[in-house]
Design a binder for this molecule. Sequence first.
Ligand SMILES: Nc1ncnc2c1ncn2[C@@H]1O[C@H](COP(=O)(O)OP(=O)(O)OP(=O)(O)O)[C@@H](O)[C@H]1O
Ligand SMILES: [Mg+2]
Length: 364
Amino acid sequence: MGQLVLDKISKRYGSSSEVIKPLDLTVSDGEFVVVVGPSGCGKSTLLRMVAGLEEISEGEMRIDGVCVNDDSPSERGIGMVFQSYALYPHMTVYQNMAFALEMAKRPAKEIDDKVRASARILQLENLLDRRPKDLSGGQRQRVAIGRAIVREPSLFLFDEPLSNLDASLRVQMRMEIAALHKRINATILYVTHDQVEAMTLADRIVVLNQGHIEQVGSPLELYDRPANLFVAQFIGSPKMNLIAGALVETGERQTIVDLENRQRIALPIETLRAKVGDRVWLGIRPEHVSLIDLAKADVEGEVLFVEQMGNETLLYVNGGYGSEPLVTRLTSRQEVAPDQRLGLHLPPERCYLFDEAGLAFARL
Ligand SMILES: Nc1ncnc2c1ncn2[C@@H]1O[C@H](COP(=O)(O)OP(=O)(O)OP(=O)(O)O)[C@@H](O)[C@H]1O
Ligand SMILES: [Mg+2]
């Protein structure tokens, strides 16, 4: 009871350009879909269109096969947690959470049970009598989640619901949302800036950029096989390293690239659609760049910064490529001094290749 179909829906405010370009997306019944993308790309607008709070300029939206373009928010029966919380200021936490159930004229006992059960999950039991203005940002955020989950709607929209929580509460709430999804098997559309939330919660991730979808896929599909440079650099943190280069040999099973440091590297990548001399980008994730003797290095350079995280070490190496340092992520502790000269190895089977327009070449 919760399949959502977006059929070429778009959004335009007044005479401005399209904030959401004609966009197709089907979220299956019970599926957890996470939307990610840079600030201002249209994530909240998209959610508000689904909720019925923003008019759909063109296209059709269907829930379980029925067009709901003209339905009011309450007719759509969707639970939404807003980025701005939108709590009722004159009501207590308890009243905020009970409100929707009271409007639906549920029995008092059921309302009380559901509010208290949600308050326990969200660690709000001691705050039920407070008003929103007397709560911290993270507490308000949890009330907003509580207000949506007590109704157990078949379709949930979450707009960055955990952004104001501290690290440990965020992990707990992440697990609660995963458990909630499992328990009531709701269809969920969830916006976040947090890579870990996106990777761990999503059945599929939608990468949105300037109002259009760059790629949709399972978290590991996007991580392992990004369709283009934008997705490659957006999914994964620290982001994928890029080195400019030019093709010196194209092929079906092997491609040879000259990097801008004049090193030559052979990659198991298919480049039949390109031609010798084409400019390309070689990409490699920080965790795949390893240290090697200077004599055997694919890239060498001085260490600019060292970040010791305790469980891993991030090294920023000036490889001589434009302004962006190459980042290496090592799980071992490394005693490395700034300015030390290091050799880096780029394992060919771990490298990605993109054409000048940013489209990925197929890896074997
Ligand atoms: N009422 C409006 N009139 C005109 N433009 C608007 C209106 N509301 C939003 N926009 C514009 O639409 C674009 C998308 O905004 P939206 O709030 O959807 O972004 P977002 O992806 O949610 O960003 P963030 O990650 O910062 O929350 C932005 O450029 C914003 O300025
Ligand atoms: Mg937003």
